[in-house]
Design a protein around this ligand. Structure first.
Ligand SMILES: Cc1ncc(CO)c(N)n1
Length: 218
C-alpha cells in the first residue's frame, strides 16, 4: 500500500473533519449566511497571496532536489492557475462589496500563513513541501466537490465558487499532485516520510481551523 493511502486510512477522522466541515455543510444545504461566506472570501484571498510564494518555494526545491522533469509542468500549471484565482477573488469581492484592501487577517489565518512560510525554508525537503502542497489543494477539492453533488442544495450564487475547486479538472490536477507526492515519498528516507506525515496532519488541522474561523467561531 502507498504511503498516502496508508495515511488516509490512519488519519481518516481528521481528513473527514477537514473535508466535511460544518462550513461546507452549510453551503451544501443552503443554510450558510452571507456574512460567513464574505468572511471566508476575504480571508482566503489573504491565504492565496501567501500560498503563491509557498508554491514558488516548492518549484525551487523541485529544481534542486528532484529529477522528475514532468513534475515541474504540473506545479507551474498550478501557479498559473493561482494567477487566475487572485483575479477571481478580486472580481468576486467587488461583486459582493467586500473591500480586500481592508481585510485584517484573523489569527487562524496568520498561523496558517506562518506555517506555509516555515515550509519555504531550504531546510525543508522537497518531499515534505510537495506533500503539504497536495494536501492543501486536496482538502479544497474534496470539500467543494461535496457542494456540487447531485442532492446538494448549494445556493445558485455560490455554485461558481464551489466549481472553482470542485470541478473535474481541478480534481485531475489534485490526483497529479498526489501521484507526484507519492513517488517522492517512495524514494525518501524514513525520517523524511515521518516529517511529511506530521506536515500532512498540520495542514489538516489548519484547514479545520480555517473553516472554523470562516464560520465566525474563532
Ligand atoms: C485555506 C485554503 N486552503 C486551500 C486552498 C486551495 O488553494 C485555499 N484556497 N485556501
Amino acid at each position: 500500500m502507498g504511503t498516502i493511502e496508508t495515511w488516509m486510512k490512519k488519519h481518516s477522522l481528521l481528513y473527514t473533519g477537514a473535508t466535511n466541515h460544518p462550513f461546507i455543510h452549510s453551503i451544501r444545504d443552503g443554510t450558510i449566511d452571507l456574512s460567513s461566506f464574505k468572511r471566508w472570501l476575504g480571508q482566503d484571498y489573504i491565504f492565496v497571496r501567501a500560498f503563491v510564494p509557498f508554491v514558488a518555494s516548492v518549484l525551487l526545491k523541485l529544481w534542486k532536489e528532484s529529477d522528475e522533469s514532468s513534475d515541474m509542468e504540473v506545479i507551474l500549471g498550478g501557479m498559473a492557475a493561482l494567477n487566475d484565482e487572485l483575479a477571481w477573488f478580486k472580481k468576486e469581492a467587488s461583486k459582493r462589496g467586500v473591500s480586500l484592501s481592508d481585510i485584517v487577517p484573523h489569527k487562524a489565518n496568520i498561523r496558517y500563513c506562518s506555517f506555509l512560510e516555515s515550509l519555504t525554508s531550504t531546510e525543508v525537503e522537497y518531499t515534505v513541501a510537495i506533500t503539504a502542497f497536495w494536501a492543501i489543494e486536496a482538502v479544497y477539492q474534496d470539500s467543494f466537490a461535496h457542494c456540487l453533488e447531485e442532492d446538494s442544495k448549494t445556493p445558485a450564487e455560490l455554485k461558481e465558487t464551489c466549481e472553482r475547486w470542485g470541478n473535474e479538472a481541478f480534481g485531475q490536477y489534485c490526483r497529479s499532485l498526489r501521484e507526484i507526492a507519492k513517488r517522492s515519498l517512495e524514494k525518501a528516507p524514513d525520517g523524511v516520510v515521518s516529517k511529511a506525515e506530521i506536515v500532512f496532519l498540520r495542514v489538516l488541522e489548519h484547514e479545520v481551523e480555517f473553516w472554523n474561523m470562516s464560520r465566525g467561531e474563532t
